[in-house]
Design a protein around this ligand. Structure first.
Ligand code: PLP
Length: 419
């Protein structure tokens, strides 16, 4: 592979052209292993950013893609429908909380969030109310497009860079009561106060249920989410749950909202939807919200991506959801969680480590000081693991199929590297 060309011309996520860090050439991937060009194999601790839950090169997912490619790779979704999309939407309606009945297929997580925000705005427009604001939490992450960025933590996503263009929304303090601790009623106070002050202009609350991902890997108490649902009902504000990272089993429940026993008015899923094979997302809502949206001046929901409902992506997503429906993931995620509970406290004793936390198949090590990414990445690769920290966070969310030895390789590499 021409790595010099890569460094000179290929822009990777969040990288500088002035000081491009080296990239590792991956030739193939199978199960939980990423195979480098030089033959070394790395145990994948990232699931390619939450997505590859069944591992790489999965025979059933491969077969689904191959079979669909011989039917059709793509066909427009306006005025046309097809079996892979219908089957996928049926599965999503079945798997998600009962009130969510209407599915909008989109291209990526960020677009699913854009779609959710647009639904909420059109909902209030149709009801003849001006509600131009969203209420969200600090330390949240909802994607990199403009509307998604505008509800992402203002410090982490550097709102200052786009000031004047980015809409300004309302941020409540993020929850501090951790999952598994005793609930502190004080924790909801700031959110409740913000909603009380602003509810007449707030179209919806948007948040990541239970686990705030890229904005800080914070795992919070389910009662916080219950209170948010109660307050949204009390003030008549819609609730958008962004389960793009947490959805499809990652937290030990199929959807993180289940930890709190609540249902949102709008739900975003993505990332693991296709088992990490290709980009696809979905935004689900209730019949009430959908019908209200469509009763407005526009007469429809105003969105329709070119590659909406891509049959190839839908076919693989169907295969991925079929694998989830066997229920095997539950045992797998439980074993991962058990092993993390046994090993992370050891890592937590290191002097460099500020905190360790875990839930389901997510393990987080928070450091006192930010890492030197290039250096730590090299040390992880030298130890045969793929872990990509950001800032002060070294975290893993491996494919569900990881076995005990492979997971030990990940946690031992963290212990050795940070020790
Ligand atoms: C990754 C992520 C997104 C954005 O998804 P993309 O596919 O990267 O656009 C949105 N919300 C959450 C919670 C995410 O983790």
């Amino acid at each position: 592979m021409d790595l010099v060309f890569d460094q000179q011309h290929v822009w990777h996520p969040y990288t500088s052209t002035l000081n491009p860090l080296p990239c590792y050439p991956v030739e193939s991937a199978s199960g939980v292993l990423l195979k480098l060009e030089d033959g070394r194999e790395l145990v994948d601790g990232m699931s390619s950013w939450w997505a590859a839950i069944h591992g790489y090169n999965h025979p059933q997912l491969n077969n689904a893609a191959k079979a669909q490619i011989d039917q059709m790779s793509h066909v427009m979704f306006g005025g046309i429908t097809h079996q892979p999309a219908v089957e996928l939407c049926r599965k999503l309606v079945e798997m998600t909380p009962e009130p969510l009945q209407q599915v909008f297929l989109a291209d990526s997580g960020s677009v699913a969030v854009e779609v959710a925000l647009k639904m909420a705005l059109q909902y209030w427009h149709a009801r003849g109310e001006q509600r131009p604001k969203f209420l969200t939490l600090r330390h949240g992450y909802h994607g990199d497009t403009f509307a998604a960025m505008s509800v992402t933590d203002p410090d982490n996503s550097m709102h200052g860079l786009y000031k004047g263009f980015l809409p300004e929304h309302i941020f409540a303090k993020s929850p501090t009561t951790r999952f598994g601790e005793d609930w502190q009623e004080d924790d909801i106070r700031d959110f409740a106060a913000q909603l009380d002050t602003h509810h007449q202009e707030v179209a919806a609350v948007i948040l990541e249920p239970i686990v705030q991902g890229a904005g800080g890997m914070r795992i919070y108490h389910p009662t916080y989410l219950q209170r948010v649902r109660e307050l949204c009902d009390e003030y008549g504000v819609l609730l958008i749950a962004d389960e793009i990272a947490t959805g499809f089993g990652r937290t030990g429940k199929l959807f993180a909202c289940e930890h709190a026993g609540i249902s949102p008015d709008i739900l975003c899923v993505g990332k693991a939807l296709t088992g990490g094979y290709m980009t696809l997302s979905a935004t689900l809502t209730t019949k009430h919200v959908a019908d209200t949206v469509c009763s407005g001046a526009a007469g429809c929901f105003m969105h329709g991506p070119t590659f909406m409902g891509n049959p190839l992506a839908c076919a693989v997503a169907n295969a991925s959801l079929t694998l989830l429906q066997t229920g095997e993931w539950q045992q797998q995620v439980e074993s991962i969680e058990k092993q993390l509970a046994e090993t992370l406290p050891e890592i937590g004793k290191l002097k460099t480590v500020k905190d360790v936390r875990w839930l389901g198949a997510i393990g987080v090590v928070e450091l006192h000081e930010p890492v030197d990414l290039a250096e730590i990445q090299q040390r992880f690769v030298d130890q045969g693991v793929w872990i990509r920290p950001f800032g002060t966070l070294v975290y893993i969310m491996p494919p569900f199929i990881i076995n005990q030895q492979e997971l030990s390789r990940l946690t031992s590499a963290i212990l050795i590297t940070l020790g």
